[in-house]
Design a protein around this ligand. Structure first.
Ligand SMILES: [Zn+2]
Ligand SMILES: [Zn+2]
Length: 255
């Protein structure tokens, strides 16, 4: 009886599997994308595309690995290491827009799965995940916190608890784009509040959707570090990171 049920279940999974979100092919798995489209995404390849060991910013092709960027050397961030799966280039930009601004949760699952696959060989997983908090006003406008959706997906798959009530954003900071660096840092310095102690943890990971300058993750890591009594290790897990303006990588590398 159970084998018949399993057989029917597997057949229905094939019949009802949604088409690939990117090419419309009907051979997509429940991950909402096909293998060919997944291979074509702008994945980060730290071995062949050198990046900073701490903040993961893309460095020039001529640099050798391992290396730490000038910003991290001059001003070491409050987090220990950033893990980021994708470059923030098309079609990731479009998928992120569909997820965050149009609420298309299938796009969110696809993006979360990319990060999950990138992290699959992690040898030292954190004890808890902290989704990047949204200010309540922004969360009401959007209807959900995209970082929480991603963290819950990862937490469930990796069996890591998600602490979504430990930390809140108390300042509705304006968009980071177009602001000078010192302005950004000043705006963010008092943006977060930790509501519950983090004394039980030696290693946590902040989860976010897109990293641009890293200032927001740094501000949250700084607040979390102040709230932790031990020498806590803080990782940052991000789906995608924008390329720096001087980057030699560009869209053509993925066409
Ligand atoms: Zn496809
Ligand atoms: Zn760096």
């Amino acid at each position: 009886m159970w084998s018949l049920f399993n057989q029917l279940w597997q057949q229905s999974a094939t019949i009802f599997a949604p088409p690939c979100l990117l090419c419309g092919a009907m051979d997509a798995s429940f991950d909402n994308y096909c293998a060919a489209c997944y291979a074509d995404l702008p994945h980060r390849h730290p071995a062949t595309q050198p990046s900073c060991q701490i903040c993961a910013v893309q460095l020039g092709h001529e640099r050798a690995t391992p290396i730490i960027c000038g910003d991290c050397l001059q001003h070491p961030p409050a987090y220990d290491k950033v893990w980021v799966a994708l470059h923030y280039l098309p079609p990731i930009t479009g998928l992120m827009h569909a997820f965050k601004d149009q609420g298309q949760q299938a796009c969110g699952r696809l993006l979360s799965n990319c990060l999950l696959r990138y992290l699959q060989h992690l040898d030292n997983p954190p004890q808890a995940l902290i989704p990047m908090p949204l200010h309540p006003v922004k969360q009401r406008q959007r209807g959900f916190n995209q970082a929480l959706v991603i963290a819950q997906h990862l937490g469930q798959a990796m069996r890591i608890p998600v602490l979504h009530k430990h930390c809140i954003k108390t300042l509705n900071t304006p968009s980071q784009q177009g602001q000078k660096k010192h302005q950004r840092i000043h705006n963010l310095s008092r943006a977060f509040n930790v509501l519950r102690p983090l004394t039980d943890f030696q290693h946590i990971a902040i989860v976010d959707d897109v990293m641009t300058t890293g200032s927001t993750a740094n501000a949250l890591a700084n607040t979390l570090r102040q709230a932790a009594s031990t020498d806590i290790r803080i990782s940052v897990w991000c789906v995608a990171r924008t390329l720096p303006p001087h980057s030699q990588l560009h869209l053509a590398d993925y066409e």
